[in-house]
Design a protein around this ligand. Structure first.
Ligand code: 5AD
Ligand code: SF4
Length: 480
């Protein structure tokens, strides 16, 4: 699953450098009488869900505001993946409660995974919110808001086997106008023992490919130049057309989206090591506009731990997949997720994770201490027995290893010429622009007359730990 973990408000100054207004036609209903403020946490999927929510609300007379003071309704779209994420959200809800004391008409609603996990508890026992809405119930938001306005309890946490919001055009929030996320499926059928997602997001279901291609085409027509196809496990995307009986696999979907235009970059996240196929890798190789970058969560380098996690692959199986990626896509960026200190993890298991990192040489990793989640298989079956200080030390060693390889991979880029899609001004200086390489590395270079949305050839001249520095070589390819 993928991922911007942390808080990202509608106006995310920290991430964008300066406030980014949504496209003018994206401010919600014309002349709205009421305004909604949305704050999102968790993975990219959750941020994309907030855009679906914004679309539903703007069709029901709400304007979307980046200004908390202007809001009649505050929605917080939440994550439940680790305890820390939930603690942060609780703090934020208490802040909203004090706002409510000053303005009793203000409604506060909780959406997403934490809403699904805790259900009515937040409303009944803790009286923190007026509305509780799970990830599959966003269409009922207007009715729930109306109920809450009359002082009733407004809860819908029903999970669905069909809902994909296929017909809803997300209102792009916090958009740079160049890159966008498109959800291609929802839910998850993998039962990783540590993970709360199957419980909060329900069964896996794929979205109609026609609606996905249509959304990507519309984005391209509006000037977007990169789409990231999102799912908890994109490789198990599967759609059967009931009229023609024709199936669409993930590789075929990827190809359909790549064919929209050679000037539309296509990314995807997240891949599961047990499901990623050669067909996907060959499709990536065939289309220059499918970015050569794969996020392939490993979680642990020890087969024993992987079994306890129910990841259904071994260390050797994972390494074989990585080798296949290197063979078919020699220049492919690779990132991963790692959990430190899962139940019963020994020093030897931990060393196996470190040695696997040396073999895979990741460009980037998201790294976490194991956090027991109530209701998961691990919480029911195993004892969370690695002491916190040991988890922390192991996590630090993993982070140190990640930094070494990330830095080494950045250094290897120096002297190369890379195609970069310009995303906008750099965070640090208005004189510089930034954009990503195919392999997902951020590059900063002098602005000159270049504009966002253009593709440029950049010679890499230096790097910091997280960013490449460069200079543009050729005139930009015009947007087509
Ligand atoms: N504790 C720690 N990390 C977790 N993840 C998922 N569940 C947990 C948990 N209980 C991590 C995994 C996953 C990523 C999205 O979050 O690495 O791939
Ligand atoms: Fe995304 Fe929900 Fe998982 Fe958090 S718990 S990462 S919001 S799917």
């Amino acid at each position: 699953m993928s991922r911007f973990h942390g808080r990202l408000t509608f106006f995310d100054e920290a991430r964008q450098g300066s406030p980014v207004m949504p496209a003018k036609n994206n401010m919600g209903a014309a002349n709205p009488s009421r305004h909604c403020y949305i704050e999102s946490y968790g993975c990219q999927m959750n941020f994309n869900d907030s855009e679906i929510v914004a679309s539903i609300l703007s069709n029901h007379g709400f304007g979307i505001t980046p200004n908390l003071q202007q809001a009649d309704l505050i929605l917080i779209n939440t994550c439940a993946i680790r305890e820390k994420a939930e603690q942060n959200i609780r703090k934020r809800l208490t802040e909203f409660r004090s706002l409510k004391k000053q303005r009793p008409d203000l409604l506060v609603g909780i959406l997403g995974c934490m809403a699904e996990r805790l259900k009515a508890k937040l409303l009944e026992e803790e009286k923190l919110v007026d509305l509780v809405v799970g990830p599959d119930a966003y269409r009922s938001l207007p009715a729930l808001i109306a109920e809450a306005e009359t002082g009733q309890k407004a809860v819908n946490v029903l999970l669905s086997r069909e809902e994909t919001y296929a017909d809803i055009s997300p209102v792009r929030l916090n958009s740079n106008g160049v890159t966008a996320f498109v959800s291609i499926m929802r839910g998850c059928n993998n039962m990783c023992t540590f993970c709360v997602v199957p419980f909060t997001r329900g069964r896996e279901r794929s979205r109609d490919p026609q609606s996905i291609v249509r959304e990507c085409q519309e984005l391209f027509d509006q000037g977007y130049r990169e789409v990231t196809l999102l799912g908890q496990n994109v490789d198990s995307y599967y759609w059967i057309d009931t009229h023609t009986n024709q199936a669409t696999t993930f590789a075929q979907l990827l190809e359909k989206v790549a064919q929209i235009s050679p000037y539309l970059r296509v990314r995807f996240s997240t891949s599961h090591p047990k499901d990623i196929t050669d067909e996907v890798l060959f499709t990536m190789a065939r289309y220059p506009n499918i970015c050569k970058y794969i996020h392939l969560p490993v979680q642990s380098g020890s087969t024993r731990i992987l079994q306890l996690m129910n990841r259904t692959y071994t260390r050797e199986g994972y390494l074989k997949k990585v080798q296949r990626i290197r063979e078919i896509l020699p220049d492919c960026g690779l990132s991963t997720d790692i959990i430190a200190g899962f139940c019963t993890e020994t020093e030897e298991d931990h060393q196996l994770t470190l040695s696997l990192m040396d073999i895979c040489q990741y460009d980037m990793a998201y790294m976490f201490m194991y956090s027991e989640r109530p209701g998961t298989l691990a919480a029911r079956r195993y004892h969370d027995d690695v002491p916190p200080e040991v988890k922390k030390r192991r996590l630090n060693e993993i982070i140190e290893k990640e930094r070494q390889w990330a830095w080494e991979n950045m250094r290897q880029e120096i002297g190369k010429i890379r195609t970069v899609l310009i995303e906008g001004p750099s965070k640090r200086s208005d004189e510089d622009l930034c954009g990503r390489t195919d392999q997902n590395k951020m590059v900063v270079f002098p602005k000159k007359n270049f504009r966002k949305g253009q593709y440029v050839q950049v010679r890499i001249t230096g790097c910091t730990a997280a960013t490449l520095l460069g200079e543009v070589l050729e005139p930009a390819a015009e947007m087509v």
